[in-house]
Unconditional design. Structure first.
Length: 137
C-alpha cells in the first residue's frame, strides 16, 4: 500500500475513531463528511474521494495489527505541527453523538500517545468541542 497523503491519514484517524465501537453511525459519517468539506485543512482535498479513502482505511484496519498500523502511518503522514489538528478531527467524530463510548475513548488515548499531543492541548480541544456542542435547551 502506498503511503497515504496527510489528508488521507487525517481521514483514516476519523474513520478508526468512528469504527472503534464497531458501529459507524450515520451521524459520525455525516460529521466526517462535514469536516472534510468545511475545515480549512481539507480545502484542496476532493470530497468525492472520501468514500474511497474510508474504504482503504477499513481494509487496512481489517489486517492483523490494523489499528496500530493506521496510527503508525498517520504519525508519519501528518506533519508534526498538525498533530493537534489530527486529534481534533478524531475527537470531533467521537463526540458528535454526545456519547463517548469506552472503545472511542481508548482509540483517542492511543492517538494522543502516537501523535504526542500534550495534555493541555488535549484538554483545550476537548473543552472547545464541548462548548460547540451545547444548545440553549
Amino acid at each position: 500500500m502506498a503511503r497515504p497523503t496527510p489528508h488521507e491519514a487525517l481521514i483514516y484517524l476519523m474513520v478508526v475513531t468512528s469504527a472503534s465501537d464497531r458501529d459507524m453511525t450515520n451521524v459520525e459519517l455525516q460529521r466526517i463528511g462535514e469536516v472534510v468539506r468545511s475545515w480549512p485543512i481539507f480545502e484542496d482535498f476532493p470530497p468525492d474521494r472520501l468514500l474511497q479513502v474510508a474504504q482503504d482505511c477499513q481494509k487496512l484496519v481489517a489486517e492483523e495489527n490494523g489499528l496500530e498500523e493506521v496510527l503508525r502511518i498517520a504519525r508519519k503522514a501528518v506533519p508534526e505541527h498538525l498533530h493537534d489538528t489530527a486529534y481534533a478531527a478524531a475527537f470531533e467524530v467521537a463526540a458528535v453523538d454526545l456519547e463517548m463510548r469506552m472503545e472511542e475513548y481508548r482509540v483517542l488515548q492511543l492517538l494522543r500517545r502516537h501523535l504526542s499531543v500534550d495534555p493541555l492541548t488535549v484538554a483545550a480541544i476537548e473543552r472547545a468541542n464541548k462548548a460547540r456542542q451545547r444548545s440553549l435547551t
